[in-house]
Write a protein that binds this ligand. Structure first.
Ligand SMILES: NC(=O)c1ccc[n+]([C@@H]2O[C@H](COP(=O)([O-])OP(=O)(O)OC[C@H]3O[C@@H](n4cnc5c(N)ncnc54)[C@H](OP(=O)(O)O)[C@@H]3O)[C@@H](O)[C@H]2O)c1
Length: 303
């Protein structure tokens, strides 16, 4: 049974499959979460400028490195360019700000957070196309500040445009993915084009209040029965589900026991039948519909 601890990216470099998410990881909690995660074996941390907590993540990273728990080259750190920094001239300074906060000289993966631009006040900016932004991101690879660049929340047509008009291959697409939103076609498109897929909200944000939520995935009968069959927890089933599909996955927690639980996913695997029954949960339901950006011509979602 393959453990699936790492995947190879298009250029042969390796990316750890399970990372720690940091969105809504509150100040005073996120640093501890990162330190715990590194001690528990996480080598991939998912950050973003807009999460507003990269400074505390960076403090935990430097402490873990200086105390010898981990070396820089063992870590795979991801950050994301926010929508207000899509203008060519703003891209490099935006990464430099993140790197300073994260206490790093380079980022392993820099993602364009969304295909659409905004102004600083979060109103929509219709004047910048994502190819202008992508070209500026390519220069970050050229100058060594980013090892890889990639996309987040792009649809298939938008990814195709980057593939045909860009100079550097996008290493990763980060998208919402869990059994309520399996996005099979988009995932297959990426994997067949040598673009690694990372699943965000892999637990569909367990516990996050949403009145239209079809039900807590951690209590879903299919998820629970597969968990019982493998002596695993429902969360571990949701994480392993992505690994079985060749997808990397970034569950977020600030709770030490959960951080530990969420990465203990390498000692079991699922049968074809079990995978089929997890896929059958799909409802094309998003927890991140981003309705506020729907009028933008580059809004990516049709479902
Ligand atoms: N690219 C994008 O646009 C985008 C969008 C959204 C998210 N992301 C990234 O993806 C990461 C993950 O997504 P997410 O944080 O939105 O949602 P998620 O990982 O699906 O769910 C996080 C929630 O689940 C809880 N949880 C974690 N482990 C648990 C466990 N073992 N048992 C029960 N509850 C558990 C967490 O609580 P506690 O923390 O209180 O333990 C938190 O409330 C983000 O943190 C971020 O890094 C990217």
């Amino acid at each position: 049974m393959p453990e699936r601890r790492v995947v190879s990216l298009h250029d042969g470099s390796q990316m750890p499959t399970v990372g720690l998410g940091t969105w809504k990881a509150e100040p005073s909690k996120v640093g501890n979460a990162v330190s715990v995660a590194i001690r528990e074996g996480y080598r991939h941390i998912d950050c973003a400028a807009v999460y507003g907590n990269e400074g505390e993540v960076g403090q935990a990273l430097i402490e873990s490195m200086q105390s010898g728990v981990v070396k820089r080259e063992e870590m795979f750190i991801v950050s994301k360019l926010w929508n207000a920094d899509h203008q060519h001239a703003k891209v490099k300074p935006a990464l430099e700000r993140s790197l300073k906060l994260l206490n790093l000289d380079y980022i392993d993966l820099y993602l364009m957070h969304w295909p659409l631009a905004m102004h600083d006040d979060r109103s929509l900016n219709f004047d910048i196309h994502f190819m202008e932004t992508w070209k500026a991101m390519e220069e970050l690879v050229d100058c060594g500040l980013a090892r890889h660049i990639g996309l987040s929340n792009f649809n298939q047509a938008q990814i195709s445009e980057v593939l045909s008009s860009g100079r550097i291959h996008p290493a990763v697409l980060q998208i919402e993915n869990h059994p309520y939103l399996t996005q099979t076609e988009l995932v297959e498109f990426c994997l067949s084009n040598n673009i690694q897929v990372t699943a965000y909200c892999p637990l569909a944000r367990a516990g996050f209040p949403r009145p239209d939520r079809p039900g807590n995935l951690l209590e879903h009968p299919t998820v629970c029965s597969i968990a019982a069959a493998h002596n695993a927890t429902p969360t571990q089933v949701l994480v392993r589900f992505q690994l079985e599909r060749g997808i990397t996955v970034i569950p977020k927690s600030v709770t030490a026991e959960r951080i530990k639980e969420n990465i203990q996913v390498f000692a079991f695997s699922f049968s074809d039948e079990e995978m089929k029954s997890l896929h059958a949960i799909n409802l094309d339901w998003r927890i991140v519909p981003n309705e506020g950006c729907r009028e933008h011509p580059l809004f990516p979602f049709s479902l």
